[in-house]
Ligand binder design. Sequence first.
Ligand code: SF4
Ligand code: SF4
Length: 378
Amino acid sequence: MRYRRFGKTELRLSVFSLGTMRYLASPENVWKTIAKAIALGINHIETARGYGKSEEYLGRAIASRLLPVNRSQFHITTKIPPTADADTMRRYINESLQKLHLDYLDCLGIHGLNTWEHLDWVKAKNGCMQAVAEAVADGRVRHVGFSTHGCLDLILAAINTDLFEFVNLHYYYFFQRNLPAIELAAKKDMGIFIISPADKGGRLYTPPQTLSNLCYPFSPLELNYRFLLSDRRITTLSVGPATPEELTQPLQFADRDGKLTPEEIIVLERLENHQNQILGAQKCSQCYKCLPCPENINIPEVLRLRNLALAYDLTDYGKYRYNMFENAGHWFPGSKANRCTECGDCLPRCPQKLDIPNLLQDTHQRLKGPSSKRLWDN
Ligand code: SF4
Ligand code: SF4
């Protein structure tokens, strides 16, 4: 396992962090998964108030004093949603500490700073950050950051408040929109924690054959991890196993954090060339210039899913993400593509001159299906 400095927090975190949203089958499974993670070198465990019984089960493991290391050798992050007032946040912080059987949190993340309203709450004088500041002052919280599923402009604005020491965000080989946020966070010496690269980065544990063939001799999962770990600005990647056994595959790559090799670069170029060849003049370049859409369709994200489905057969992943539109609130905002009224507003803004309404209808036909929900709503 490699370790990296988590920005200005000065913590040294393992390059993989244990996410605790999927291992909740039983307290015993939780305990075994944590024990295996620690044995494999993970020293950062992440939970959240919103992850069902995750804090409680993790707290029981901590209270049992059976962990093979002492408290100073592992770091706990919990995440709490932004609140409009300080009192609610005071209560939430105390409840998390109680459930976790901890007298301090290494890191507290504002969970899902996803909207401009959330940012207003965070910036408000007597808002939730007042309670967070008190907890920092009296030692119950050591470091403060935020997680986000919001748009790039919002993430940049949140980073620019200078209220936070780390950021937890989406950024993967197949989704590089947030690169400017990575750059800004690194410039401000923030820790950078990537949300679930295997799942959100393409459901890469179960890749389609087309993608596997294109990535050969590497696996798609391996290439995505290598793409992220070769970037020294990034501190740690979350891995969310449902069982201890599911840690084995990702942690094979935990020592491979050097620069991309010439062979890896060739394969990444092959992926790019293949996408260009398959999509031709229908490729959405992800410039985001078409927004806003009066029907609130996240045109670039819909067309990103189309790009990936056509080029790499990432259709299951596309369906999983596409069917979260209209079903996940501010965690995955936007209307489904069939809401397009063909008003034409977006057309002059697209430098690729794409026939956006037609491509949206095509994407809807390919990816529509039963509603998908966020993992911890299931
Ligand atoms: S044409 Fe469709 S996608 Fe484009 S702005 Fe109008 S409603 Fe939105
Ligand atoms: S403007 Fe065109 S190329 Fe750019 S994101 Fe929108 S649809 Fe894609």
